[in-house]
Design a protein around this ligand. Sequence first.
Ligand code: NAD
Length: 260
Amino acid sequence: DLKGRNAVITGSTSGIGLHYAQGLAALGVNVMLNGFGDEAKIEETRKDIADTYGVTSLYNGADMTKPKEIAGLIAEAKDAFGRIDILINNAGVQKVSPIEDFPDEKWDQIIAINLSSAFHTIKHTVPIMKAQNFGRIVNTASAHALVASPFKAAYVAAKHGIMGLTKTVALEVAENGITCNAICPGYVKTPLVEDQIADTAKARGMTEEEVKKKVMLEAQPTKEFVTYEQLNGLLAYLCSDVGGGCTGTAYQIDGGWTAK
Ligand code: NAD
């Protein structure tokens, strides 16, 4: 029942967001991509999604640290699609550092991208969804929305914050046919995680192999990275009509991490 719906997905030029866009497009959803990267490569991705799945695929490069650009992204999607059925707040960055050395500007940047950007997209999208009496807001949180790890002060704070935002919005729009949920992945082998391996090795004085085995997969009882397909299965459910009963919740797909 997703065919013909329209989605905005922040941070969808790479990793989880890109796979969300492809997964939704495969179900017939028109997508507005967003994120940074090489211009030609992004255009190739955009075109490939349109050609492969026969949907409308657009791109807006709004910087998630800039509220005005975020407003522009939502306005452009509304103009192009006529409605916005699905909003996925997925853009995110990471910094691994002991708190006493944590750069102030990194704290501000992570709070802006991983948390405040979702406030801005939701603020501009809710009036559109209310007028439709339908909407699905899905925030990419993390296992780190529920539990902490050392050396990730800003990330863990932002991800805990997005859970509070998720629950608050869910309550505010509960009678408007709009749901707001968070997906909380464990470790997924995306470019963001690949980058962290080196940083964590440095912060903990370990080799990169040790970080993968003893830090990342140590946290996940399955000892497997979470896959894009697993995340897409839940996303499709949450965005569907029958997902309407679920709101304000945190869905862990973390190989058992937060069960411990
Ligand atoms: P990624 O680095 O592959 O993708 C991040 C995306 O965000 C990219 O498209 C990037 O261009 C975009 N982005 C970064 N800064 C931006 C900005 N200022 N404005 C607009 N877009 C910006 O990372 P990923 O692992 O796919 O992460 C996606 C989300 O999933 C993040 O919110 C992350 O916290 C979350 N997450 C990832 C994992 C994991 O193991 N990879 C686990 C839990 C949660």
